[in-house]
Design a protein around this ligand. Structure first.
Ligand SMILES: [Zn+2]
Length: 425
């Protein structure tokens, strides 16, 4: 039996790991990676129609974005995932196709392929063992985003555990990852935050809410650019902790995603009642540019997509707010290179309507990440205690740091694969 890495090998993006058993082939995740002018798909996969099953860890496009691309190349097999993962994936795939068309990014598939995905999807419940041909598999809570799962596969007498993206600690929105596994032969672990330590979340949350209050009390408004899945719901749950004297507006894709999360009864979604109350009763939903203009004419807290300020309604808010020092922009989580969010944090400017614009309002970043940090990744490895450890889904520095720690532990055979590399199990 062997593993072949088609993506997310010393990089973040296009997760896709092939498990080859005697006679059968399975893929763990089908992601894309965003690059200048388009998408990068998993590499070096031959004969897609011969794949026997696809197991999907969670809805983010770097784990699902290649599904319609695979359909285009006539993959004929069931796609297993949790119900919540699928309903969110459906929204994200449709939106990414729309944006790709608008920006002339030429996705390598068409609208029919998008619809084909649905026909192959099979829902799995958490914590239940399923059989497909000669393998058995179980989805366990990964703690990363609603619907996310670690996938345990048993084949040829071996146990392989794939973390997908994971977070050990419970967050506002999702309960912490399940880590009570026995006799794992191979652990394939993500390492996005392999070099970073996250601040204490309770302290960070207090700092964040204090900052909002301070800005509001001085007569300013607060813009919170959010990622549609995870962070936007975390923020709503956090905002429910205080009474603000100005309205909270909710705008963009995060509305649709929150609606989907509330529509599925997922056992690992945390604070569902608070989220429901905020979403249905407390926030004001923005539905049009006219409505947005009206909201901007008064003081408010604006929670809107996109999280890195590359597109979406956040740009309309930015357009009206950038020049006034009494306002604040509070960024959440990781900002990729060459995005407005990164430019703003590092150099104080954003691109607005094609112009480099130096922002005059106050800017702060609060890292409410959905990933396990460096110390928690080590804790996950210690708890699971595998015979072989495969480190992926991190940039080279993160992968190498975690690898060097794991090798010093002297308990595991450690791998840090390159794209196309094969590991014998
Ligand atoms: Zn993810």
């Amino acid at each position: 039996m062997k593993l072949v890495f088609h993506g997310a090998a010393k990089e973040v993006g296009r997760s896709c790991i092939e498990l080859q058993t005697q006679g059968d082939r399975y893929l763990l995740d089908a992601g894309i990676k965003f690059k200048e002018g388009g998408f990068a798909y998993p590499e070096k996969i031959v004969n897609l129609p011969d794949v026997d099953g696809l197991l999907i860890s969670h809805a983010h496009l770097d784990h699902t974005g290649a599904l319609p691309f695979f359909e285009h190349y006539k993959i004929i097999c069931p796609i297993y995932c949790t119900k919540l993962t699928y309903v969110i994936t459906k929204v994200l795939l449709k939106d990414s196709y729309k944006i790709a068309r608008i920006r002339n990014l030429h996705p390598a598939y068409n609208k029919t392929d998008l619809h084909e995905v649905e026909k192959d999807v099979r829902f799995v419940k958490y914590d239940r063992e399923y059989k497909h041909r000669k393998i058995k598999f179980t989805f366990r809570n990964a703690g990363h985003v609603p619907g996310s799962a670690m996938i345990l596969v048993e084949a040829e007498g071996k146990k392989i555990l794939y973390t997908g993206d994971t977070k050990l600690r419970t967050t506002e929105l999702v309960k912490g990852a399940f880590t009570d596994y026995k006799d794992i032969d191979v652990l394939i672990i993500e390492s996005t935050y392999g070099v970073r330590e996250l601040p204490d979340r309770n302290e960070l949350r207090k700092k964040f809410l204090d900052k909002i209050e301070e800005v509001i009390n001085k007569g300013g408004s607060v813009l919170i650019p959010v990622f549609s899945l995870g962070r936007s719901q975390d923020i709503l749950i956090m905002l429910a902790q205080r009474k603000f004297k100005v309205p909270i507006y909710f705008d963009g894709m995060c509305k649709k995603i929150t609606n989907r999360i509330l529509g599925v009864n997922d056992p690992y979604v945390n604070n569902r009642k608070i989220l429901e109350e905020m979403f249905n009763k407390k926030v004001i939903h923005i539905g049009s540019e006219k409505h947005r203009r009206h909201a901007l004419s008064q003081q408010g807290i604006y929670v809107t997509t996109s999280g890195m300020m590359q597109g979406g309604p956040v740009l309309s808010y930015l357009n009206e707010m950038w020049h006034d020092p009494k306002h604040a922009i509070l960024l959440m989580g990781f900002q990729c290179k060459r995005t407005n969010g990164r430019h703003l944090i590092e150099e104080g400017y954003v691109y607005l309507n094609g112009w480099r614009t130096y922002v005059k309002c106050s800017v702060e970043k609060f890292d409410f990440s959905g990933h396990a940090d460096k110390e928690d990744l080590k804790e996950i490895i210690r708890r699971i205690n595998p015979k072989k450890l495969v480190i992926q889904h991190g940039d080279s520095e993160a992968v190498e740091q975690l690898r060097s720690w794991a090798e010093k532990e002297n308990k595991y055979v450690v791998y840090a694969p390159e794209i196309g590399e094969e590991i014998e199990v």
